[in-house]
Structures are given as C-alpha cells and as structure tokens.
Design a protein around this ligand. Structure first.
Ligand code: URA
Ligand code: SF4
Length: 222
C-alpha cells in the first residue's frame, strides 16, 4: 500500500476509535493532515476546542502562530504534515493521561512509518517525551538529535508563547533552522556529527513507548 493510502486508512480508524476515554467527549477526531511525502512532521499535543469542532489540527490561535512560524522558516503548511500525540480532545484541554498516550501511540507510530519524514519537530513536552524522555525543553529546544534513525527537534509549543510572550522570539529563532536540519538529514552529514540518543533497553510498559529508557547524550551541536 502506498503512504497516502496508509494515512487514509489510519484517519478512518481514528475517526471511529474507542481505544481510550477521550472518544466519549470528542466531537471530531483529528488524525492530522498534510502530504504523505512531507519532509517535516510536526507533532503537537492534542486537539483543542476548534480542532475538535473541525477535525483539523492547529486551526485555533496556536495554529495561527504556527503558520507564522512556518513562514519564518520559509515553509508552507501545505508542505508539512501536522498531527498530535492524542487524536481526540482532552476535555477542557487538560493534559493527556499516560493511558491515553499509550492507547493512541500506535496511530502516530504508523503515521511516522508511512510518511518517513526527514525531520520530526515536536511541539510541547508530551511529544518531546516520546523521543527524548526526561529532557528539559528549556535545555534542548531547537537542537537536532538522532533518535532511532530519525532527526528530531524539540520546540516549545506555540500556545506556550501565547501565554508567555518571551518565548515568541525563541520559537521564531528555532524555526529558522528547520531547513538546515532537513538538508543535514538528507546528506546524513549529521549522522557523524549530531549526538545520537542511545537505546539502552526496549520497553513496552510506559506511555511513551520504547523511548522511555533512552537517555539523550549531550545534545548541543548547533
Ligand atoms: N494544540 C495542539 O497541540 N494541537 C492542535 O492540534 C491544536 C492545538
Ligand atoms: Fe482512539 Fe486516540 Fe482518540 Fe483515544 S485519543 S479514542 S486512542 S484516537
């Protein structure tokens, strides 16, 4: 099956999914959207009010700011794939719970496999934790690390900058580097240069999946 068909199939399954409690309160599930061949995959936290109404990711205030950030990096929304760690809205925008993250993880894992993005950009701490557990966003934001063969950059969540204006400039500065990271992933130059997150053990118990037991090595390079 080609990537587009796989993504459609996943979207169909997400739309009727009842694997966790979030399905009770959702209006529309939000599988994510973008081209199957996208070079960059953005992973946010979960749908908010407007996303739940429309079934589309990042269409509210945070989404508007995300569009601005993409523009700063010379990117268009149509060129990137945007999704979330949970596909249904947590009531009142509360944090997604470990069992919900675990229940939903398979959809995201299959999306990553189908899209095979050059670069994964995590937005906020829940998607960061999937790849770089125990990291502090204030220490690792904007830096590219290899995780299980994929280049990953953790960013502050755009909504955080709406509440904390000092983060706006940080996010803008971090986004500007995205095209360089894509180039680096393509040339694989960074494989020797960028720090690699070591896999110590595989596990299957945590909400963050196998990433739980991985410790990032020194993260600073760029
Ligand atoms: N915030 C997110 O994390 N995801 C969305 O889709 C919208 C807002
Ligand atoms: Fe299913 Fe994920 Fe929605 Fe839970 S959040 S019901 S696991 S699609």
């Amino acid at each position: 099956m080609d990537a587009g068909k796989i993504l459609q199939e996943i979207a169909g399954q997400v739309a009727v999914c009842e694997k966790c409690e979030l399905h009770f309160s959702r209006k529309k599930a939000v599988p994510g959207e973008g081209p199957a061949q996208a070079e960059i995959l953005f992973i946010g936290e979960g749908p908010g009010f407007y996303e739940n109404e429309q079934g589309r990711p990042f269409v509210g205030q945070a989404g508007k700011f995300l569009d601005e950030l993409l523009a700063k990096a010379g990117l268009k929304r149509e060129d990137v794939f945007i999704t979330n760690v949970v596909k249904c809205r947590p009531p009142g925008n509360r944090d997604p719970q470990p069992e919900e993250l675990l229940a939903c993880a398979g959809y995201l894992d299959r999306q990553i496999e189908a899209i095979a993005p050059r670069l994964i950009v995590t937005l906020g701490r829940f998607s960061m934790a999937k790849f770089i557990p125990n990291a502090k966003i204030s220490e690792v934001h904007g830096q590219a690390v290899w995780v299980r063969g994929r280049l990953v950059v953790a960013m502050y969540h755009p909504a955080a900058a709406l509440h904390q204006p000092s983060l706006k400039a940080t996010l803008e500065a971090d986004f500007v580097h995205l095209p360089e990271f894509v180039k680096m992933a393509k040339s694989k130059v960074g494989l020797e240069q960028a720090p690699v997150v070591q896999t110590e053990t595989e596990d299957s118990d945590g909400a963050q999946g196998a990433a739980d037991k991985e410790q990032p090595t020194q993260l600073s390079l760029f």
